[in-house]
Structures are given as C-alpha cells and as structure tokens.
Write a protein that binds this ligand. Sequence first.
Ligand code: ADP
Length: 508
Amino acid sequence: MEPQPEPDHAGNTLTQSPQFLQALLAASVDMLTVSDRTGRITYASPATERVSGYTVAEFMDRHPFETIHPDDRPACEAAFARLLVTPGLSVTVQHRIQHKHGSWRWLEGTFTSLFDDPVVGGLVATLHDITTRKQMEDQVRRTEAEVRLITDSVPCLISYVDQAERYQFVNAGYEAWFQRPRDQFVGCRVQDVVGAAYPVIMPYVRRALAGEHVTFEDTLHYPDTPRTVLVQYVPDRDARGAVRGFYALVTDITDRKQTEDALADAYAAEQVARAAAEAALQTRDHFLSIASHELRTPLAALTGYTHLLRTGLAHGKGGMERIADIIQRQAQRLTTLIDQLLDVSRLQQGQFALVCHPVDLVVLVAQVVEETRVTLPEATPHRIDIYTPDTPVMIAGDASRLEQVILNLLSNAVKYSTRGGPISIRVVPTATDVVVEVEDQGIGIPQDAHTRLFEQFYRARNGEAQASGLGLGLYIAGEIVHRHGGRIEVESTEGAGSTFRVVLPLLV
Ligand code: ADP
C-alpha cells in the first residue's frame, strides 16, 4: 500500500500532492511552460497538445520562437530580453503561434521571470488561447468599419444618443454640418451640440427616450443657418425591452422644399395664366357675338329706312320726319357703340388720358339731362326730375368724360325702365365729396349681378332680355370715376328699380 502524504498544518495534504498538481495541469485549458535562459523549453504542460497540436515531446524539441508568427517575434524577443534581466518581472504579450496543422492561433501569454527561483529556476509562461476572441474582435472591427462606411456615404446626419442624451456615435454628416471632428461629439450632450435648436427638438428627444418612434419636420437653426429638416428617432431597446437610447436620422430637405414650393408657385401661376387665357378667349367670343349683333341691328334699321326714303314709300312730310328721326337715332346708337369700343381699346392700351379742369357739377348735370330729354323715345316718355343745390359744386375733372358717365347712367335708367317710370337725378355735396345719384323705377338688377356690373361685356340676365347693349357702358364709367379718385356704387332690387351713385372728391 502506497504511503499517504501527511496533512500539513492547514490540513491540505491532497492539494500539495504531485498527483493533484498533475491532474490540475492535465485538466487546464491553458498551456503552461517553463524555459531556461536560452529559451529552450524545460517543461510543457499537457494542454500544449490541445493548443499547439504538437505533443509535449515534439513541442519541447522545438525552440519556442520558431513557432511564433514573424510579425509578433520582435515583441516577444524584446519581452524575453527584459525578463532575462529583471527577476520577478511579469509581462503579458499577445502573439500568434503556428499550429501543427499550419493555421495561426492567437495566444495571450503571461511570462514571469523566475530564473532565480530555487524551485522553478526558469521563465514560467501561462498561455491562453484567445483565437476565438480575436476573431470576434476582428469581426466587430470589420462590422464597425462597414457601419461607418455606410453611414458616412448616406447624405444624412446619423447618430446614436443614449439615455443621458449624450452622443455615442455620429456619422460624417455631423462633422460637415457642425464643422468639427466626430470624436468631439462622442460623450457630448445633445443640448450642447445643437444649441438654439434644442428647445424645438427636446420634446421629440424625450418621446424617443420614452420608447416612441418619432418623425417630425421643422425648420431648425443648425447651428446658425435655418434649414428645413426631416427627423426620425428610432428607440433602441436592450434584451429586456428597456430603452437605452435612440438612433437619430436627420435629412436636410431645404432644397427639396424650395423646389416643391417653386413648383407649387409655378403651378399656381400656370393655373392663373391658363384661367386668364381661357377667360380672355371667352370674352373675345362673347364680344364677337354681342358686337356683331349690336352693330348689325342699327345697320339693318339704317339700310331698311334709307330704302324706304329712296323708294318714296314714306308717305307725307310726317312720315319722312319720323323716318329721319329713326335714322338719326340708329346712327347715334351706332356712334355710341363704336365710341364705347374705342374707349375700351384705349383703356386696354393705357391711352385713356383725362384732361382735368375745375368743373361745376350742377351745370354739367343740367346739360346732360337736357340732352337726354331731347333723345327720349316718344312712345315711352320718362319724367326726369333734377335736384341740385343752388350754388356751384366744383370738382377737378374731365368735363366730357364726366358727362359720358352721367349720360350713361341716365340712358340706362331710361333703357331699363321699359314702362316709362319717373327718373330722378340728385347732386348732393358732403364735407369732402359730392354724390351724383341716378334713381329709376325700372326692372332693377338681380342681387348676384351687382358685383359684376362693372366688368367688361357683363350684362344682367333680366337686362339682356329688355334692351340691346354691349355691356361696356358701366365698365367705362367705372374706369372714368376711378381715374377721378372716386367710386361708383349700385343699390337695386330686381323688379323694384335701381339707384347708381357716383362719389367724387370735391375741389379743395
Ligand atoms: P349695356 O346697357 O350696354 O348692357 P352697361 O355696362 O351700361 O351696358 O350696363 C351693364 C348691365 O347692367 C346692363 O346690361 C343691365 O343688365 C344692367 N343695368 C345697368 N343699368 C341698369 C338700370 N338702370 N336698371 C337695370 N339694369 C341696369
């Protein structure tokens, strides 16, 4: 029976037995070697074979530096040189050795100089295989490089912000935008980096850190110049679902916005131009149909009645006079129509000049009423009542153009009072203005037509049926009044007469 080791004073007999240490070394995944001052291996633990592929005997046969990767050899030799001269020194070196099968294994070796130790008498090396860890580190490095390459090539700002609102990662976009190297961002608070933009983005940052996927668009001062940005915050959660930060993606959409706005403006302008062109076409067509009809009617009358005179079919002096009256009225109507067309053309070409002098409206109105009375049709005689002050009412104006305005209002009152009701005209001075009011009890004007009466060629539907006309008189009257610094208004109820008011500034 083998003699059992005696327990020591602490009772650890087993742990100090050679068998125990052998078993321990055999079980260790780490390799343990002892070498002499020449570097020759004097002891190699059983793990040698697992780590290097060589048996202990084969490994001890080789000089250890032979198996070390040529790139790592200088560092190992330098460490060895220091260990030789520094008793007790312990050095850790990462290096590669070539496995028996040819592949390279990464080892982390801790070398302790125990040359002077009476028991060990050599350099003790514990060598831990870190090949897998190195491969993982390499993989992480490669992945990081790829992430950086990808995020740097995207025309956006990409960052990672942690729960403490500090940047942990920024891409090249940040460097360009904030004009400083990216390592100056890492660890910095968002607030300190974005400055004036922080109050705007803060609520979104808080929502992202509370776990919400946030998207918003805003114009931010980043750092000084205003830029319109589209921002997305994507929360990042750990394995338990707790939010540990968020990814921020900021896209500068200023140029896109400007282009969109310019496109929208161009589209709106195009729509306006198109509508104007269509309206112009409609106006032209409308004008052509009205003008040809309106001009043809008096011409037909002139031709017809002239024929009557020529053929002597007009009997007696009375008949001749009646026909002469009709011819004169139709000629007058033609002249009025042509004058209106010429006025419109002058207005459109900017050649409608006023020649202004002091004008007494009392006198002017009396003259126009007189002219109108003379031309009233015999069949439907209208009473025209005139109310003017006894003293002159002076304004600065173009007498013939103002006469044209009042004549137009009076002839409309006659024209659209088909049953011959009374017409009144008033001149009422106020503190700064004078109001000329023409009132009739004729057909009136439908409410929806009031705002359009002063447009070119506009005729109210009830008026069209009652009397001929080009729909230009009120347009021209309006233009004349505006050019005198005044305004023209209408008050009317369909079927219950109309009142037109011209307000002009008094001469001061
Ligand atoms: P015109 O009489 O040649 O049609 P105006 O420009 O003078 O052209 O008048 C425009 C339209 O306003 C007329 O067609 C008519 O429908 C309406 N109107 C003008 N004055 C009166 C009025 N006193 N009573 C009723 N309708 C009127």
